[in-house]
Design a protein around this ligand. Sequence first.
Ligand code: GLP
Length: 266
Amino acid sequence: MSIPFRESDYSGMKVLVVPDAWQASLIAVESILKVIQSAQDERGRAVLGLATGSTPETVYAHLVERHRTGFLSFQNITTYNLDEYYPISPLDPKSYRSYMHRHLFSHVDIAPHRAHVLDGTVPEAYVAEHAAQFDHWIEADGGLDVQLLGIGRNGHVGFNEPTDLPVEQALRLATRLVELHMITRADAAREFGGVDHVIPRALTVGVASILAARSILMIATGAHKAEAVACALNGPMTAELPASLLQTVADKVTWVLDEPAAQGLP
Ligand code: GLP
């Protein structure tokens, strides 16, 4: 199925706008399937960087459907997830490991040892080592063919939160343990049964590894994302709005927006 979209260019990044979130997810799936196909044609395998949150849920539902109907196998696919709360058990339904199991991994034929999620059970003394290994594994797997991204209301990507670091330093941020920003905690409050129950720290793939992906696919839907989207696409590049750092690798970035998320764009 081919979905009609409006295409434009902001700061050198390709932006596709469709009427609603459903169509945005279909466009994203088409794009992911193309990446998988060409990576498998070239190297016999594909490496995907995956995101969580409510936005990609329908993307995973479509991928599961393609698998169920025999059009997509995950046998030659390796995945790396962007982030995970810390500390958290993988058995906790709020963990991103559990989210991925619910929405994708348990429904497809991916090999368990190729479905990587940062480990929320690593003792704190080993967290830095685990984070460095995660970056190393991605590199050793040949790098990500595509990094799927969502955007936080505060412009975060993964859990790379707004910071006052100079841009050059922010671009070098590696995978690490971080403190969650107020807005991120407020947005997670419903899932955790109140803002005070939100786990205040998380592991996140760093800005450097995200930007190193061969392609980046950002999906943003809903009016509550419009301000962050407009600043990231059209504003100055700043670590105060981490998604704006995608401008540094503009030619490999595609944004898929629904109309409400695009409403702040000129
Ligand atoms: C979460 C995740 C991000 C996600 C973002 C948007 O906190 N850490 O990876 O992209 O916030 O989430 P949602 O799609 O639910 O708006």
